[in-house]
Design a protein around this ligand. Sequence first.
Ligand code: BJW
Length: 249
Amino acid sequence: TVARHCHGASERLGKRAMSRHIFVLTGAGVSAESGLGTFRDKAGEGIWAKFDPMKLATPQAFARDPQTVLAFYDARRRNLLAARPNPAHVALARLERELAAKGDRLTLVTQNIDDLHERAGSKEVVHMHGELLKARCQSCEAAHAWLNDLTVGDACPRCDRVGALRPDIVWFGEFPHHLHEIDRALRDADLFVAIGTSGAVYPAAGFVAEARAFGVPTCEINLEAADNALLFDDALYGPATEIVPAWVE
Ligand code: BJW
């Protein structure tokens, strides 16, 4: 179905004088076809069906059992380094370039901790839940590129403190990054599009309601309806690798 607000990004924003702004929020579904697992799905096969998030993705879990938490993220980091961007990532990078060339703008906010948007060529990616390929020092707060396994004995490259490094990831109960910048972009957008996210985790799941409150048209692109699907004006359902390139066209 070609929906009212979802129809071609260039078609929707092409024929007008003023510069325009598309806000895209991506979730695990955009990287699913690159072989990175999603967290939850209706078939009950996501990462959180196999692992208890409260034992792995909270600051309390890390304080109690850092080795187990680090091993979980080490395994995911190795997976990520072997994964490749897919046509959905590539299409969003192209959308950024094409909008910029016309004086228009894309805000790409991702909940994903992978770097597949960047590897596909996206220049400005807002990682609201942090990045798997970075470690953050709990002592001096510096974030460092980190491609190897992370151990409790590693020292911070800046302040030398041993044992203070943690994955640079926003765990449950922690404050997501860049919320002010995200709020500003939501107010300023002409179109809000959520791609491959279940609408189960806040505050990201609430962005569609914020966009609506600012009068911004909203569109969902997903394999199946998200938990907050009723809040979208329109939807395109199918695999991201097919639907996103067709939408960008
Ligand atoms: C495809 C596809 C294909 C598949 N093509 N599509 C309000 C109410 C209740 C609770 C809360 C609330 N506000 C806050 C909370 C607490 C909590 C929360 O939301 N809990 C809920 C579970 C109820 N939130 C927090 O703790 C957040 N912090 C916070 O709230 O601080 C206070 C605050 C309050 C208000 C304002 C500001 C701050 C922090 C959340 C941190 C999330 N962290 C995680 C883990 C990161 C580490 C790790 O990776 O291990 O981030 S959780 C996990 O879920 C990960 C994701 O980014 C996040 C979202 O998941 P996503 O991307 O939506 O993936 P899935 O798997 O859920 O969905 C995949 C989708 O893709 C599905 O829809 C499929 O259909 C689709 N799909 N294949 C297209 N091929």
